[in-house]
Design a protein around this ligand. Structure first.
Ligand code: NAI
Ligand code: MG
Length: 356
């Protein structure tokens, strides 16, 4: 029986519309080369043009329209000239994350050939880690409030919410991932010296989980020194797990240490596969370069590889990552943000040819 995957394709705004066709081009090349088929359903919602017409980012019945897909392949959303960013973001991406309980935010961080590294004396291969961020609870809770606003007695509080259920499932995901990687090394981000209730508790959950993974070498760093170590000794890290806030910061710091936002991918994952996970580049809609055909398509293509991995198509996923590396290594095939001369389509075609 042929393996078939059904994918909701949502390009979104700005360069999302330009990099998405290249992502699809590469996925189709991978499908052909590795013997599976893709059923693609393109959607025009979750973009600001849809908002202009309908007064909302998505139709009320978006969930039915998306239906039972294996994944959502997403471009970028946002066009601040017409729709405020919090409206476009909360009306689209956040809906998917919540509704499908995509509790893992996964970001590979890897120094690629052809990408100038802002850290001195690092070469491709030196930085290669996976950042696993808890995506549903923690510091980003809606529990709290302001009392006596505008008076001298003004009081403001916002609670961190960590559950055993939510913490253990993200730790289990991170340990499973660490165990599968060659280095079998997991680092936990903590701050138990300052945040003296939730963080020592988090450390305790890590210790208990670690007992079930004797092969995985586990360590922990306070978030402040961990941020410094990302810059000074990024080669120390392999799999890094963190709460929502700490993970948010690390998952921008990590890719920043490897050069450009144009190539970084991201997965919003619910590993149980009963609901769709969402794969997207880290970058936004880049209004400053939209419409010129010069956006770097590698972030979109790379998150496509993550999607294939999520489907269990490991060989195809590895082939796409290798094709990205081979393409980036050649200056004429790189886009302008990386000092090359290729346009979006030329770069996408170069990756697709190498996959085929
Ligand atoms: P941005 O990521 O769109 O752009 C930041 C800078 O990086 C710009 O100078 C842009 O030209 C450049 N850049 C980004 N992606 C690139 C690529 N693939 N190739 C070459 N250069 C690239 O972030 P910005 O400007 O803060 O936000 C623009 C819009 O995107 C806003 O509406 C924002 O809300 C939205 N946004 C959406 C995200 C998403 O859909 N997940 C994530 C981040 C921002
Ligand atoms: Mg962030």
């Amino acid at each position: 029986m042929t393996r078939q995957y059904k994918i909701a394709v949502i390009p979104g705004d700005g360069i999302g519309k330009e990099v998405m066709p290249e992502g699809i081009r590469v996925l189709e090349a991978a499908a052909k080369a590795y013997g599976f088929t893709l059923e693609l359903e393109w959607h025009d919602f979750a973009c600001c043009e849809y908002y202009a017409e309908h007064g909302q980012m998505m139709p009320d019945d978006w969930k039915e329209r998306i239906g039972a897909v294996d994944a959502i392949y997403f471009g970028a959303v946002g066009w601040p000239d017409t729709v405020p960013d919090h409206v476009s973001l909360w009306g689209s991406l956040i809906q998917f994350r919540r509704e499908y309980d995509q509790y893992v935010n996964l970001r590979p961080v890897r120094l690629m050939p052809g990408v100038p590294c802002p850290l001195a004396n690092r070469k491709p291969g030196d930085i290669d880690m996976m950042i696993v961020r808890e995506n549903t609870e923690g510091e980003y809770s809606a529990i709290g409030g302001i009392s006596f606003p505008g008076t001298a007695r003004e009081v403001v509080m916002q609670e961190t919410v960590m559950t055993r259920f939510g913490t253990d499932r993200i730790l289990r995901y991170a340990f499973d991932l660490a165990q599968k990687r060659p280095k079998q090394h997991l680092t936990s981000a903590t701050k138990s010296n300052g945040i003296a209730i939730t963080m020592p508790w988090w450390d305790g959950r890590v210790e208990e989980m670690a007992a079930s993974y004797p092969e995985v070498r586990t360590d922990k760093y306070h978030i402040d020194i961990l941020a410094a170590q990302f810059v000074m000794n990024p080669d120390r890290f392999d799999t890094v797990v963190a709460s929502n806030l700490f993970g948010d910061i690390l998952s921008d710091l990590g890719p920043a240490c490897t050069g450009t936002i144009g190539i970084a991918p991201c997965g919003n994952i619910n590993p149980d596969r009963s609901v769709p996970s969402l794969f997207e580049p880290v970058h936004g809609s880049a209004p400053d370069i939209a419409g010129k055909g010069i956006a770097n398509p590698v972030g979109q293509i790379w998150c496509g590889a993550m999607m294939l991995e999520h489907f269990g198509e490991q060989d195809a996923a590895d082939a796409v990552v290798r094709a990205i590396e081979a393409t980036l290594a050649q200056a004429p095939l790189r886009t302008r943000d990386l000092g090359g001369s290729a346009n979006t389509e030329e770069c996408g075609k170069a990756v697709a040819e190498r996959v085929a």
